[in-house]
Ligand binder design. Structure first.
Ligand code: 7MF
Ligand code: ZN
Length: 879
């Protein structure tokens, strides 16, 4: 059986504590790319004295066992049972010492899990269950112990030898080899283990913590990237300071390492004091990285740093609790970014991400609660639901309790659980107990999947000066759960007059009115809020700051939306109103297009855009967000049966019509922002670039656009402006695009990260011909199917962000993509599974496409020895 295949389903309710304490783990690595020898020694102590004999259960995967002894007695195959990835030594009656020696082969590990080779250096990835590919061990997060790690290797090939914690010794051994010994004083689960060995360059700084600890900060990269680490270092220092100031949390060791690699399945990893990062989230220089890249680096550096407390010091009891550390840490990194940049812009981007990635997941075959009840392959549950929806649920505690109450809860959480492996229930209990409130019903958010819909209706009684808001919540059944219960929904509300003034809010029975946002809390299926002293029929500003992760259904008139767009005090509501207006306009044209009626531009949308373009007060980045039309996937989500081509045509039509009608406004704004100043990294400069480049993307729909884009491309001193111009030329099919693309290629051909952008720009080009471009690009020297970043840039982007390409009516996109899933499955099952999920929502398309996608899913499912990763995804989709 191929590794990982036919894994059985694991249930949360089956959790059993591990009966043994592992006292200390000593690891000795004889490092080599072809073969690495791993010797491990650990002591098992029965947790309960006088307990009956217990099995010792270890996990291991693809390990060549050299030897195994228990209390120095050699074990033979008759002394244990190996089944799947577990080895059981039955009925051990006393405390004992286990010693093992195994051989592993990092050079041929293409799954990038466990110990593997990246370029010339070796590194590890253990979360969630990669440690079992390194040595036999109880590879579960509730088994925590201290590690002492000795790395021994050839000195010239592997001059740098890193592991967790503090360096406690080093020396030379025979034959040009050397060794380094590391000790991590904090007990940790195996998923936080890391080692790095190879030739790496170093950028160093330091940070003095509030209590005076001088922490060495070291970023290791391949030598050619040494001039691209400044922003990452600055982000790390900002993260450390921010966590002290906002969360009262200090770093706990004298050393903090970050290593950047081009070969990584995910974004980054929080291994104790030895973070490993996908190089996208470390390396940046103004001419190679966009503003979005800079912001991504800040956010991810923050995220991994914040894990030191939320994840490492307090970890998860089992993998069903993943959101305990991930939802909380995403919440923390969002708040960090909000405090560092623009809070409003960050919030809008988070909401956009939730709607475009998590809502579809919650409405498809992989729907699951933020704390799943079962899984076959845990790697498939590092999802938008666990992370992003999980973060919104942490945000709701914060909204309900306020910053002070939330921080009280955090404090109690750490007082109770520092050094432990705990559950989501423990977190909820700390929040409830610290604030003396009952959060039992709030706890339903952990166990219920699906996106709640809140139907809002209102009634204004002019005679009585009363305004009634009625909210009804309903969560549609998901594939995993039929019956849904009402949830606790924080409901932040404002009421505006038609001319945009904030009205005083006074609920019936209250003594006085309060002006500004009111936080109400809904927890029943239906609730009514009656406001008195209401002088005119108000425009409701609902779920301000997106106070709960729901779909808000309210029948706004175009005039009401216009009022919100122009005047609301809440940036999220303004943006959302603009999105609603754009969605309505585009979907209406989609219908007209399907009926063969001529499409037209809505007068209200035109007026709203004119208003936005004339706004010189608001943050330019917010204006840019408001003018970014909803993407095709989000529009598709609003239809019962997705009309792939209709959506594309209608959206293009609206964009072009807006551009033509408002060309003067776009041009004026563009010119004002295109001030020839040299690049700056400030939030303000980024905001100006974002508005400038949105204006350019509209101008590219007019005759004036091409020359502007060419001029911008030629004069640009930064990747944000370069990419916006080049991408614009490609999308509009400009004859200048080809030359510009090949010049870009010529300049950056040996730069892995910049070439990813080059692949992306070509893979997103709409239309059925793009599949041929993508197929050709797979032969480009800069592409490698073994490299996850390349796969995501070319294949992932084509399948997930190019609807008219992937969903070409002849099935060519589907067939190509299924071939890639199958090809990848033999190399890297985790990446293959991510790619396979592009087919997840096949049932939402027309009969022809449905049949084509189903056929491809079946073709994948029937591959002999398919990995457990891909098999779980495609079989869920087919069920
Ligand atoms: C910001 O969560 C938000 C999410 C697991 C790997 C990083 O720290 C992590 C790791 C996956 C998906 C998203 C993220 C991470 C992983 C991530 C990174 C930065 N514990 Br899989
Ligand atoms: Zn994380």
């Amino acid at each position: 059986m191929k590794e990982g295949s036919a894994r059985k389903v694991i249930y949360r309710k089956d959790y059993k504590a591990y009966p043994w304490e592992v006292n200390q783990l000593d690891l000795y690595f004889e490092i080599g790319s072809e073969t690495t020898i791993v010797r491990a020694e650990m002591e098992f102590l029965l947790k309960e004295v006088d307990s009956a004999p217990q099995d010792i259960v270890l996990n291991g995967s693809n390990l060549e066992l050299v030897s195994m002894t228990l209390n120095d007695r050699a074990l033979s195959a008759a002394d244990y049972v190996i089944e799947d990835e577990t080895l059981t030594i039955p009925d051990v009656s006393q405390n004992c010492v286990l010693k093992t020696e195994v051989r592993i082969h990092p050079g041929s590990n293409s799954a990038l899990e466990g110990l593997y080779l990246s370029g010339e250096f070796l590194l590890t990835q253990c979360e969630a269950q990669g440690f079992r590919k390194i040595t036999w061990f109880p590879d579960r997060p509730d088994v925590m112990t201290t590690y002492r790690v000795t790395l021994e290797a050839d000195q010239s090939a592997f001059p740098v030898l890193l592991s967790n914690g503090n360096q406690v010794g080093s020396g030379e051994s025979a034959d040009g080899r050397h060794w380094v010994c590391w000790e991590d004083p904090f007990p940790k689960p195996s998923y936080l283990f890391a080692l790095v060995a190879g030739q790496l360059a170093l950028v160093e700084d330091h940070f003095i913590t509030r209590s005076g600890r001088d922490v060495a900060l070291r970023i290791y990269v391949e030598a050619e990237n040494i001039d691209r680490c400044e922003h990452a270092m600055e982000s790390l220092i900002n993260s450390m300071r921010w966590d002290e100031n906002r969360f009262d949390l200090e770093y706990d060791l004298d050393i903090y390492h970050i290593v950047a690699t081009n070969d990584f399945n995910m974004g980054a990893m929080e291994n104790k004091s030895l973070n490993i990062f996908n190089s996208i989230y470390v390396l940046a220089r103004p001419d190679t990285a966009t503003d979005a890249d800079y912001q991504g680096i800040e956010g991810v550096i923050g995220h991994e740093y914040f894990h030191n407390w939320t994840g490492n010091r307090v970890t998860c009891q089992d993998w069903f609790q993943l959101t305990l550390k991930e939802g909380l840490t995403v919440f923390r990194d969002e708040e960090f970014s909000a405090d560092m940049q623009s809070r409003a812009v960050k919030r809008i981007r988070v909401v956009r991400g939730l709607r475009s990635r998590q809502f579809p997941e919650d409405d498809g075959p992989m729907a699951h609660p933020i704390r799943p009840d079962h899984y076959a392959e845990i790697n498939n549950f590092y999802t938008a639901t666990v992370y992003q929806k999980g973060a919104t649920i942490i945000r709701m505690y914060h909204t309900l309790l306020g910053e002070t109450g939330f921080q009280k809860g955090m404090k109690l959480y750490f007082e109770r659980h520092d050094g432990q492996a705990v559950t989501c229930d423990d977190f909820l209990a700390a929040m409830a107990d610290a604030n003396n409130i009952n959060l039992d019903r709030f706890g339903r958010w952990y166990s219920q999947s699906g996106t709640p819909q809140v139907h809002v209706s209102d009634h204004y009684d002019a005679g009585a000066q009363k305004y009634r808001l009625t909210l009804r919540q309903h969560t549609p059944a998901t594939h995993d759960q039929k019956d849904k219960q009402p949830l606790v929904l924080p409901f932040a509300l404002g009421l505006l007059t038609a001319s945009g003034d904030e009205m005083p809010l006074q609920l019936e029975g209250e003594a006085e009115a309060v002006t500004g946002t009111r936080l109400l809390v809904m927890q029943e299926e239906q609730e009514e809020f009656i406001f008195v002293g209401v002088s005119e029929d108000p425009v409701p500003s609902l779920f301000r700051d997106y106070s709960a992760p729901v779909k808000i259904l309210f029948d706004y008139s175009p005039e009401q939306l216009a009022t919100l767009i122009a005047y609301d005090s809440d940036a999220y509501v303004r943006w959302d109103a603009a999105q609603r207006m754009a969605v309505n306009a585009i979907l209406e044209q989609c219908t007209r297009h399907a009926q063969g009626t001529e499409m037209r531009l809505d007068a209200s949308l035109l007026k709203a855009f004119r208003g936005i373009l004339s706004d010189h007060q608001a943050d330019p980045a917010l204006l840019a967000e408001a003018m970014t039309l909803p993407d095709e996937a989000y529009l598709a989500d609003q239809m019962d049966v997705v009309d792939v081509d209709g959506i594309h045509t209608a959206r293009e039509f609206i964009k072009k019509a807006l551009a033509r009608e408002l060309e003067v406004f776009f041009a004026e704004r563009y010119t004002g922002l295109n001030d020839g100043q040299s690049y700056q990294k400030t939030a303000e400069a980024m905001a100006r670039r974002s508005l400038k480049n949105i204006c350019m993307s509209y101008l590219l729909e007019t005759d004036a656009g091409e020359s502007l884009a060419v001029a911008q491309l030629e004069s640009s001193d930064n990747m944000t402006d370069t990419l916006a111009a080049l991408q614009g030329l490609i999308l509009t099919g400009s004859p200048r695009a080809e030359k510009a693309l090949s010049e870009f290629e010529g300049k950056w051909q040996s730069d892995a990260l910049v070439m990813d952008k080059w692949f992306v720009m070509q893979a997103v080009k709409p239309g059925k011909d793009t599949v041929n471009t993508v197929r050709k690009l797979m032969d480009h020297p800069a592409f490698s199917i073994q490299n996850p970043n390349k796969v995501r840039a070319l294949i992932g982007v084509f399948a997930m962000l190019n609807p008219t390409g992937f969903h070409a009516a002849d099935g060519s996109g589907y067939a190509f993509h299924a071939d890639r899933v199958i090809e990848l499955d033999g190399l890297n099952p985790q990446i293959a599974a991510r790619m396979a999920s592009a087919f997840n929502r096949w049932k939402r398309y027309d009969e022809g496409r449905k049949e084509l996608m189903k056929t491809e899913l079946q073709r994948i499912a029937s591959v002999p020895d398919l990995s457990g990763d891909v098999s779980e995804i495609v079989n869920n989709a087919l069920r």
